[in-house]
Design a protein. Structure first.
Length: 263
């Protein structure tokens, strides 16, 4: 026998047990239970996946760590243009009142106009345009700038603040330290040469000007990337700015500057 249900569901009377049973309600209840069970199963499955991922990440961080180390190593990679040399030679120029030490595989020569060149072995590098160059690193020292020298000095633009450099064994009466400035040629977006300018503290964009070094007792000490095709003593090939950070040739040249004894 059927009766009307207030929830508008079909209801049967179980005459034997004297119970009212909602057929549609029972079906919906079963569907709801199945849906709940399905959602619970999906939730458990998702939880297992997340747990497994966390467990794997916790136990295996090496991949991420290695990546970070590799990135840091890449930042510290240096340009292996010249090897370090453990043996050195001493050079003395009496008329100039100059003594210094340099790596034994570099060469020291006196120029015809009383200047001195300290040159590295030949190695390969790239200029500012990215072209390969077979050349060397050249340090040039003399007293009093010539007109040809002032041409390069006048075009130098400081690419960073002057760097205080300590002499290793200064001569009697020589100052204990000096200032080395890295210059770009005409602009500050390249490295052309470094220049030892005593107590001239320069900032980015500053220049010494074309008249620097006119006094005959002023030491002209510079260094940069050169090649045999460049005949002027201060002639250089401009290179990217980061060469002064990565290049071993630059570092070796600065060590030579630190050994300077000016009498």
């Amino acid at each position: 026998m059927q009766i009307n249900d207030p929830y508008n569901q079909s209801v049967e009377i179980d005459e034997e047990n004297n119970k009212a049973v909602r057929r549609n309600g029972s079906r919906k209840s079963k569907k709801s239970k199945k849906l709940i069970m399905l959602l619970l199963a999906l939730g458990i499955f998702a939880g297992l996946i997340i747990g497994a991922v966390k467990l794997f990440t916790h136990k295996n961080p090496a991949a991420k760590t290695t990546t970070n180390i590799e990135k840091k190593s890449e930042q510290k990679v240096e340009v292996a243009d010249l090897p370090n040399t453990t043996t050195t030679k001493e050079y003395e120029n009496g008329p100039m009142g100059l003594t210094l030490t340099y790596p034994s595989d570099w060469t020291a020569t006196e120029t015809s106009d009383n200047g001195t060149r300290i040159e590295s072995p030949v190695f390969n590098y790239k200029n500012l345009d990215g072209d390969p160059v077979s050349g060397n690193f050249r340090i040039y020292i003399r007293k009093g700038a010539r007109a040809a020298d002032r041409k390069y000095i006048g075009r130098g633009v400081a690419i960073q603040e002057s760097i205080k450099t300590i002499y290793k064994k200064p001569a009697v009466g020589q100052r204990a330290d000096t200032l080395v400035t890295n210059f770009g040629l005409d602009t500050a977006d390249n490295f052309a040469y470094f220049f030892v300018a005593g107590n001239f503290q320069l900032k980015v964009g500053d220049t010494l000007g074309p008249d620097y070094g006119k006094e005959p007792e002023t030491f002209i000490v510079s260094g940069g990337y050169s090649s045999k095709e460049l005949k002027d003593d201060m002639a250089i090939n401009t290179v990217p700015v980061d060469y002064i950070i990565k290049s071993n040739a630059y570092k070796l040249a600065i060590e030579i500057i630190k050994s300077l004894q000016l009498h």
